[in-house]
Ligand binder design. Sequence first.
Ligand code: GLN
Length: 300
Amino acid sequence: MSSSSAPSQSHSVITLAQALRQARQAGLERIDAQLLLLHLLGQSSRAWLLAHDDQALTPEQAQRYAALCAQRLDAVPVAYLTGCKEFFGLRLQVDNRVLDPRPDTETLVEWALALLPAAAPCRVADLGTGSGAIALALQSQRPQAAVTAVDVSPDALAVARANAERLQLPVRFRPSSWLEDVPEVFDLIVSNPPYIREDDPHMPALRHEPRQALTSGADGLADIRAIAAQAPAHLQPGGWLLLEHGWDQAEAVQAILREAGFQDVASRRDLAGQWRCTGGQWRDAAASNPATPTCSRTVK
Ligand code: GLN
């Protein structure tokens, strides 16, 4: 009679609480460990996890959870692993074709909403829309607005379009590098462009996200300069340009906007207290600096 038998399954059975503990010990943030486990189990509430943490994972689930945790430890954004991210109350589908939407960007959305009329028609452009996060958040809050989402990446536009269809939001899409191939004029232009310096030491940690959505030349400001140069020709007098930027770039972006002829230039802080957005108003062409002809620079 053979004495060998399969190792008892009970050795490999782990509870949800044990799986979470192992993930933490391996180095995952608590919230990431929870979100990945919820995703694996098809659940969405962290309260559910607490209530069921003595439940067992099947060996197959435990194996898949370990694989997800390993990817997270390799710096893959949680949103790419779960396939979705909540932004301004909208559930967006995201993957590695687009930047993982950050809560910091909600600051830009809030500023834009403060400028947009609650009911009157208005025209808004979101440049470098990526997943569509900003354009869709604005359209969801301002149903009467004509919102145009622009991106140079066909992959990003495909992700954004799919989000708009799923959320049933009537955003229009345009392939263009910033405003180069956009004929319209707007009341508000917003953008979260790439703004990280090419040699920034944080880039390796962001290696799974599209590089063209993150870096912008040696000082991180090449795309912001291009947008500031192009925007006046696409703004109604009285229209605003609002830009997200890095925590240490507010002063530089203010100078770029003033030089391009914008007025009432100001910055806003994000939830973490960093100066995150800068904007200015376009009064009329006469107010612009004659030394800076509009729409003449192409920095791409
Ligand atoms: N805020 C993001 C980061 O620093 C970058 C987003 C961007 O470049 N627009 O990780």
